[in-house]
Design a protein around this ligand. Structure first.
Ligand code: ADP
Ligand code: MG
Length: 376
């Protein structure tokens, strides 16, 4: 299969990058309009791009072994773009649906964000394309506006009912900081996270498993939360504070109780984590992460044996705290560790995986990096 470059050369108008992310705390809170606290990874999806005057969208990715896909932008509609091309084509479709005067482009994509690992390669892909189109067509849209459009592409074009966290993280994170985001109104604050200064490191352990039940289960969990909010007469579960939790749980059918308990306690854990970061006590994040994992495992039930083992092995190796990150059913675990112990913790988690007969996890170190930007 010939590459884009072999066929047409590199698209030369410019290059844009958008990062993957890990979320420190606040999982399954975004679609309940609550708080999240992601950081951007140094790993990015990059788009080399150029406008086309003939209304064609030509897409190629170094991470796909397929051919260049060539689509007429005027005929884009949900279902019209095959496989992975739905993410970039969805962004172009959403821009046009929103009335922005955009036409065709050549997009040559490359990435070092592990795909399907809970590190949000999909949002990185959308945001790289959104940032490229914003500049190529002089749209002047802000980073949050682009994030909302990218989310709409994933919801309405690709058909994944995700919340806003991944796209906001990829567009708006800053180096050295976590993004404290209110998903209800998109107010945000950059919270400094000086891991190195505190002698700490954040390990990412990609379990390399993705369990199939994830897609349908995500939509079912979201629907359960929306039903609970409606039964409680609330616009979203975010409006329920911990002080009202016990009373609210008593008014819900049993199957919704653990869902609501997770969302309300998780939202409070984000506020707690931000208070610890503001106080400069980074190690205090550890127990908050571990409590978050227990809630995702026991109440929300989106963990799996591999992520549970990664968390347990990291804690046994001396991590301050650990939890799964991303939607669940596999994917990655983050572990807050002493910088000097990072190699040993990674080795002990790897040994535990080997002993359990699992494939070895892939290990990254998360250094809070920059959101979407033009490279050249
Ligand atoms: P995550 O966002 O956690 O990585 P998803 O399942 O949401 O997992 O998104 C992964 C999908 O995104 C891949 O299956 C692929 O369709 C698409 N994708 C991500 N990065 C790339 C890339 N560089 N090239 C092509 N497709 C990509
Ligand atoms: Mg994704």
């Amino acid at each position: 299969m010939r590459t884009f470059e072999q066929l047409y050369g590199r698209p030369a108008e410019g290059e844009w990058a958008a990062p993957g992310r890990v979320n420190l705390i606040g999982e399954h809170t975004d679609y309940n309009l609550g708080f999240v606290l992601p950081i951007a990874l140094p790993q990015t999806v990059r788009a080399q791009a150029a406008r086309r005057a003939d209304g064609r969208l030509r897409l190629w990715s170094a991470q796909s072994d397929g051919p260049v896909v060539d689509l007429p932008v005027a005929e884009l509609a949900p279902g019209s773009a095959p496989g992975w091309t739905g993410y970039p084509a969805g962004v172009v479709w959403v821009l046009r649906e929103a009335g922005h005067p955009v036409g065709g482009a050549d997009l040559r994509l490359d990435s070092d964000v592990p795909g399907g690992a809970g590190l949000s390669s999909s949002a990185a892909l959308e945001c790289a394309v959104a940032a490229a189109y914003n500049d190529l067509y002089g749209l002047g849209l802000s980073a949050p506006e682009l994030a909302v459009l990218a989310q709409r592409a994933e919801n309405a074009f690709v058909g994944v009912p995700c919340g806003i966290m991944d796209q906001m993280a990829s567009m708006c994170c800053r180096p050295g900081a976590a993004l404290f985001l209110d998903s209800r109104d998109l107010t945000m604050r950059q919270v400094p996270v000086d891991l190195a200064g505190a002698g700490l490191a954040l390990l990412v352990l990609d379990t390399r498993v993705k369990h199939d039940l994830g897609d349908g289960a995500y939509a079912a969990l979201r629907a359960g939360c929306e039903r609970a909010a409606a039964l409680l007469g609330l616009p979203a579960l975010r409006s329920l504070r911990p002080s009202g939790l016990a009373d609210a749980l008593g008014r819900l059918p049993a199957e919704l109780v653990p869902l609501v308990r997770h969302v309300v306690t998780e939202n409070a854990r984000v506020e707690d984590a931000v208070a610890r970061l503001d106080a400069g006590d980074l190690a205090a994040l550890g127990p908050i992460l571990t409590a978050g994992h227990a809630s995702l495992r026991d109440d929300y039930q989106v963990s799996c044996p591999e992520t549970d083992l990664a968390v347990e092995a990291a804690l046994a190796a001396g991590a301050h705290g650990a939890r799964m990150t991303g939607g669940g059913f596999g994917g990655s675990v983050i572990a807050l560790v002493d910088a000097a112990a990072a190699g040993r913790v990674a080795a002990e988690v790897t040994a535990a995986f080997r002993a359990a007969g699992y494939a070895e996890p892939r290990t990254l170190t998360a250094v809070p990096a920059e959101g979407a930007r033009r490279l050249g």
